[in-house]
Design a protein around this ligand. Structure first.
Ligand SMILES: [Zn+2]
Ligand SMILES: [Zn+2]
Length: 328
């Protein structure tokens, strides 16, 4: 099942000619996950060829303008479409209020199912609002094992990281998957190519002509293999909690605002350098590192960030807008 990342914005703080503000999209099955919504990311959303009518999960790392200002504009746009697919938006406390004010002042409406979930790290609770009409939460639940979203195919976990305001990092963790599908074996058992094949591919036991067929026992699919994991750092200075969250990630998308000679500014502003990002990737035993949230001072040439990181963590890529990475 395809899992593709699209960089929609890779700049820190101010947009440049080549880079929009922070936003990364991930296509998985029928859904789109969005990590942060920098200003005007919807333009890149179009350029990346992403579809506006898919179910969406939007994960906001923190309330700095360069990560959230694009969200209301995007929701306005969706309300112009004949959208039916649901949206879940997750972020720190006050996320509901932020959108509610856009409703009150600018007339933002959500004529599609929308769920807003605030993570209250202190009480370890998820506070869930349904729609933009009622300020009263619909539901509150205790967070278990840092899981903030779960579905049949994947989980999303969060952690608090060290930045100048409350900031969360997120990890997408796919459930273990079944191995390679052998269509010849299915045919040999007399199962025609149909919806049943799809079930078999998912490892489901099916009933065919009165007989139960277990695709694993019959070796129609291979044994389970670990799912994929993608971690998104948000803005942060080095944080142990990120290493724990991102352990064994296939991809870590990590901010690298500064080169290593600006380490002091990075520390003062609670950001990371290229070297911090590379050390984090190495310490979490990630397979690949994507550097993003690049300061505008590198707009002519950001190669120094890549070179510095690669000396510590060779499998590093420097994000640029509209970069696409597929994880098989
Ligand atoms: Zn930022
Ligand atoms: Zn920030």
């Amino acid at each position: 099942m395809e899992l593709t990342l699209h960089v929609l914005g890779s700049s820190a703080a101010t947009p440049t000619r080549e880079r929009n503000l922070s936003s990364i999209a991930m296509r998985y099955r029928n859904k789109i996950l969005l990590f942060d919504c920098g200003e005007d990311f919807q333009r890149r959303f179009v350029e990346a060829g992403l579809k506006f009518n898919k179910p969406l999960i939007i994960l906001i790392s923190h309330f700095h303008g360069d990560h959230i200002i694009g969200l209301p504009g995007f929701l306005f746009r969706l309300s112009l479409n004949d959208r039916k697919a649901p949206i879940t938006i997750v972020g720190p406390k006050n996320l509901f209020l932020y959108l509610y004010l856009h409703k009150k002042i600018l007339g933002l409406k959500a004529n599609y199912p929308i769920k807003i979930i605030e993570i209250d790290h202190i009480s370890k609770k998820l506070i869930e609002f349904s729609g933009l009409d009622s300020e009263v939460p619909k539901n509150q639940s205790k967070i278990q094992e840092n899981i903030i979203y779960s579905s049949k195919y994947f989980l999303i976990k969060y952690t608090l990281v060290d930045h100048s305001v409350i900031t969360y990092a997120y990890a997408f963790i796919e459930n273990p998957r079944f191995g390679k599908f052998e269509p010849e074996k299915a045919k040999a058992l007399g199962i025609p190519e149909s919806h049943l094949w799809k079930k078999l591919q998912e490892g489901e036991i099916i009933e065919h002509q009165g007989k139960k067929i277990d695709p694993v026992k019959e070796e129609i699919v291979g044994p389970k293999r670990p799912g994929r994991k993608v971690t998104y750092s948000g803005d942060l200075c080095p944080s142990k909690s990120l290493i724990e969250l991102g352990k064994d990630s296939d991809i870590i998308i990590h901010e690298a605002t500064f080169a290593k000679n600006l380490k002091d500014i990075a520390q003062e502003k609670k950001h990371s350098t290229s070297v911090d990002a590379a050390n984090d990737a190495k310490n979490m035993n990630a397979k690949q590192l994507i550097l993003t949230h690049i300061s505008s001072r590198y707009q002519e040439d950001a190669s120094i960030l890549l070179e510095e990181a690669k000396q510590i963590f060779p499998n590093t890529i420097l994000a640029k807008d509209l970069l696409r990475i597929t994880l098989n």
